[in-house]
Design a protein around this ligand. Structure first.
Ligand SMILES: *Cc1c(COP(=O)(O)O)cnc(C)c1O
Length: 403
């Protein structure tokens, strides 16, 4: 008789976006005359840029001819892409060799899969609120203890609350974790970390033989100088940090899928190289990202590609500025939106996140995301995204100002 992995049964339902969808649909069905503006999604809306599309067309044509056809990609990624990435790191003062870069189909898979190489009883620490993948993936491996629906917390996870009182920055926990998940610029709070603050985490991880899993999916949105684009800008990060990056949010690859993970060779558990473990895992369970999409990724690093993607990021960040300033002038307490496409606002009065969701939907016909959906410390907060159009973003702020 087959048996299932019962850890899956412990997972709480993921109701956030389905509930947002259901409530939004019910409202729109009941009020077909209302123009509802969606600022809830964490997905890009601008199309792929011309240089990237040209690279996709060219690579597609190569696939049509015997001489240039490609079968399986090398499972760690094509060298043309890994060397473009390595050069970009060098430009930031980080020396990352190409065999420390593992091309994948995105940062969600990598941040979910990275746990495969750690011990079963690994203790993880996460920010609260947080991108749900880190905790759920560890829960599936049976590492997180039991889920308490009342506190919305797992018994064996170390939570690091990120709230207005601490500037939405995690504090070093009392109990020493084995693996620390950090994501900056942050989804959902839009907050970020300075290089000297991140250096403290790197030192802490090295001192305590912990590893930091650093999700830098939003690094392209950084606009301030003292914010690190990579954890490897910090001294000593090569011996304690794994970094994930994605082409989704910077270049619009959410539908085409491409990302990568850096595992430095200097990162060791005793005398075991973590890099070779990840190479073994990647080579066993992943057969490579598509050639066509890796060529598209290479085009992102070309001078024209860089120009085009910074224009896209600029478009979204102009929306972020409109939202941030619009909310501030309407009297809201706001953070984020400076180095990230997310604006995190305090719900007015004593409204819960879901009460504010309903209020905003009914009175301004705007859809956002309740902060409590990202973790218990997100209660009383609300996320708006800059991924809408300029016109709808402007209109949304006009409606909010009139409330
Ligand atoms: C969107 C996002 C990702 C990117 O995931 P992909 O699988 O590369 O599309 C990773 N981490 C965070 C925090 C995100 O918000």
């Amino acid at each position: 008789m087959f048996r299932i992995n019962e850890n899956y049964l412990k997972l709480p339902g993921s109701y956030l976006f389905s509930t947002v969808g259901k409530k939004s649909k019910a409202y729109m069905d009941a009020h077909p005359d209302k123009k509802v503006i969606k600022l809830g999604i964490g997905d890009v809306t601008l199309p792929l840029s011309p240089t990237i599309i040209a690279a996709i067309h060219k690579a597609t044509d190569e696939m049509a001819h015997k001489e240039t056809f490609k079968g399986y990609a090398p499972d760690l990624g094509y060298e043309f892409l890994r060397s473009a990435i390595s050069k970009e790191y060098a430009g930031r003062g980080a020396e990352i060799a190409i065999d420390e870069i593992f091309i994948s189909d995105g940062a969600k898979s990598d941040s979910g899969n990275i746990g495969d190489i750690f011990a079963d009883d690994t203790k993880i620490a996460v920010c609260d609120p947080v991108y749900p993948v880190y905790v759920d993936a560890n829960a599936m491996s049976g590492r997180t203890g039991d889920y308490n629906p009342e506190t919305q917390r797992w018994s064996s996870v170390i939570y690091m609350p990120c709230v207005s009182e601490n500037g939405f920055a995690p504090e070093i926990p009392d109990e020493v974790p084995d693996v620390i998940y950090l994501c900056f610029p942050n989804n959902p709070t839009g907050s970020t970390i300075t290089k000297s603050e991140l250096q403290k985490w790197v030192d802490y991880a090295n001192d305590n033989k912990a590893v930091i899993v650093y999700d830098a999916a939003y690094e392209a949105y950084i606009s301030e100088d003292d914010v690190p684009h990579s954890i490897y800008e910090c001294d000593g990060a090569l011996t304690c940090a794994i970094e994930m990056r994605s082409f989704s949010k910077n270049a619009g690859f959410t539908g085409t899928r491409l990302g990568f993970t850096v595992v430095p060779k200097a990162l060791k558990a005793g005398d075991v190289s973590v890099n070779s473990l990840w190479a073994r895992r990647h080579g066993t369970k992943f057969n490579g990202a598509p050639y066509i999409i890796q060529r598209a990724g290479e085009a992102v690093y070309s001078p024209e590609g860089q120009k085009e993607i910074s224009a896209m990021v600029g478009y979204y960040m102009n929306n972020a500025k409109i939202i941030r300033e619009g909310l501030e002038s309407a009297g809201y307490t706001v953070s984020g939106g400076v180095n990230a496409p997310y604006i995190w606002l305090k719900t007015p009065g004593s409204m819960t996140s879901w009460e504010f969701f309903d209020y905003l939907l009914e009175n301004a016909n705007i859809i956002g995301t309740p902060g409590s959906g990202f973790g218990p410390s997100g209660e009383g907060y609300f996320r708006l995204t800059a991924f809408g159009t300029y016109e709808s973003t402007v209109e949304a702020m006009e409606r909010i100002k009139k409330l």
